[in-house]
Design a protein around this ligand. Structure first.
Ligand code: CUA
Length: 326
């Protein structure tokens, strides 16, 4: 009876999880809930017997003799071995079923390549041919995340708490995880593997939107990336997710992790050591550790020099300087 009361107490506890925003999250939560109810049931029984025995069999103050030697009880031992075995096997099967269902994929799925590196996430939509610094997802669509690391980098881990799925980003191999978002909203992708000084800042915005808004976003991104009249530097800025960490008004970016990019000309005078503003900005992108503005951690990814072509770098530098107040 006390076991049942303990289980009911868990039943009545308000949810302590973040909102569930994917079908995977609902399955995980149900699994977790079932485990908690079983565990609290057993815990309540164990604690009850423990407290009762402490009270009932306590040693009288004047008794210094050894306790009586008691031999085990075979039937009882079979019972308490068999019951937990069945419970654990049952939970193992249930857990395997949930994992299997969570990773079931249909051919209609959306595929997103996710790359984690010190200390940023970037996203590539292979079918749509789009790069993004924001993880944009259509609601109700099964999504496969192909997770990559970068050669020579450490291990990171992809985790969206509201989806309840987690997978390591390991240099040299492609790992996978799946989610079908069920709620429109803005969430955070967080790195959940201690990966260095910028670990706690290694986040990206996850935006779940309607299917129509997703298509709109796709075409906007395409236009921004391809239209000749558009600013190619702005396209690089958006695709590389610079706005996740930096404030830059012309791009509508308001990140606070790294220095404000609206005052780059002044910054170049102050920190550039005689370099031209263009040189200073270029160097700061390809070698972010060369000058670290005080008050900010040295956590900007060091591989933009390899990732971006010379044209892309020049376009980005021009974009940053043209937007900057002179
Ligand atoms: Cu990347 Cu922690």
């Amino acid at each position: 009876m006390i076991g049942a009361l303990g289980a009911v107490a868990v039943w009545l506890t308000p949810s302590w999880f973040p909102v569930a925003a994917a079908t995977q999250a609902d399955r995980q939560d149900t699994l977790y809930f079932v485990m908690m109810v079983i565990a609290s049931f057993i815990m309540a029984i164990v604690v009850t017997f423990l407290v009762y025995s402490m009270w009932k069999f306590r040693r009288p103050d004047d008794d210094f003799s050894d306790g009586p030697p008691i031999h085990g009880h075979t039937a009882l031992e079979i019972f308490w071995t068999a019951v937990p075995t069945f419970i654990v096997l049952g939970l193992a099967v249930y857990g395997a079923v949930v994992l299997y269902k969570n990773e079931e994929v249909s051919s209609n799925r959306l595929v997103v390549d996710v790359t984690g590196r010190q200390f940023a996430w970037s996203f590539h939509y292979p079918k749509q041919q789009i790069d993004s610094g924001v993880l944009m997802l259509p609601v109700g669509r099964e999504t496969e995340f192909r997770i990559h690391g970068v050669e020579g980098d450490v291990i990171h881990s992809f985790y969206v708490p509201q989806f309840r799925v987690k997978q390591d980003a390991v240099p040299g191999i492609t790992t996978r995880t799946y989610a079908t978002p069920t709620r429109i909203g803005t969430y955070s992708l967080i790195c959940t593997e201690l990966c260095g000084i910028g670990h706690s800042q290694m986040r990206a915005v996850v935006q779940v939107v309607s299917a129509v808004d997703f298509e709109k976003w796709i075409s906007q991104q395409r236009e921004a990336a391809s239209a000749a009249g558009q600013n190619p530097g702005e396209a690089v800025f958006n695709a590389q997710g610079c706005g996740g960490c930096h404030t830059f008004q012309p791009a509508g970016a308001s990140g606070k992790v790294g220095p404000d990019l609206d005052q780059l000309t002044a910054a170049a005078k102050k920190y550039g050591g005689g370099e031209t503003a263009a040189q200073y900005v270029h160097d700061s992108i390809v070698d972010p550790s060369k000058v670290v503005v005080s008050g900010y951690p040295d956590i900007m990814p060091k591989d933009f020099g390899q990732k971006l072509s010379d044209q892309q770098l020049t376009a980005l530098v021009n974009y940053l300087l043209k937007g900057a107040s002179q």
